[in-house]
Design a protein. Sequence first.
Length: 234
Amino acid sequence: MNLTLFDLDNTLIACDSDYEWGQYLVDQGVLEREEYEAQNAAYYEQYKAGTLDIHEFLGFALRPLAAHTPEDLARWHAGFMRARIRPAMTPQARALVRRHLDAGDLCAVVTATNSFVTAPIAREFGVPHLVATEPERNGERFTGRVAGTPCFREGKIARVRDWLAAQGQHRPPPACGFGRQRLVGVDRHRTAHPLEQRQVVVRVAVEGRPGEVAEAPAEAREPQLQAHHLALAE
């Protein structure tokens, strides 16, 4: 069985789901535009520059989840999927995912964006597994805090290793390269995000034996790098 990990934001979808979720709530009048929009844009610029403090950002990004009922959040997310996400899911991306699912690969979406935002997106693609930042819950309500290790930078690699172990796969060594792995394919599309009008790679992750997860180099943030460098680093 092959292992295929899919990056999500500005890859499988032609937008950043974390950023767009906040903007959608602003547009719906749930969040105050002037204050939230400016801070959301500032964090997004830090993210692109590689200077984002993930814990500070999550304190900001998860706060709306704690402030509202599960029913309201579910209703808003359904509208978010219709207005922002489905239009950003290209036929090429859908076909790419379907090809690997049909081949019987062990497939997962791996993303730093929290699972409340991204789980419905993974389901829309038909991907059965999601490795994402987990927002903490107290019963049915979110607390506004993160549960466990954020799925970001080195935490993303650790989270994938834990997920593989839960699938009954052997953990990889502390560092391993791409020598026994090959690209499963690269598509290109133009992102629809207004801050990202440039060509990006649809980042299909690494195809290899389950349990072989490569450390992503620091330069993996650059969009022109090949897909296997981008698999575990957003």
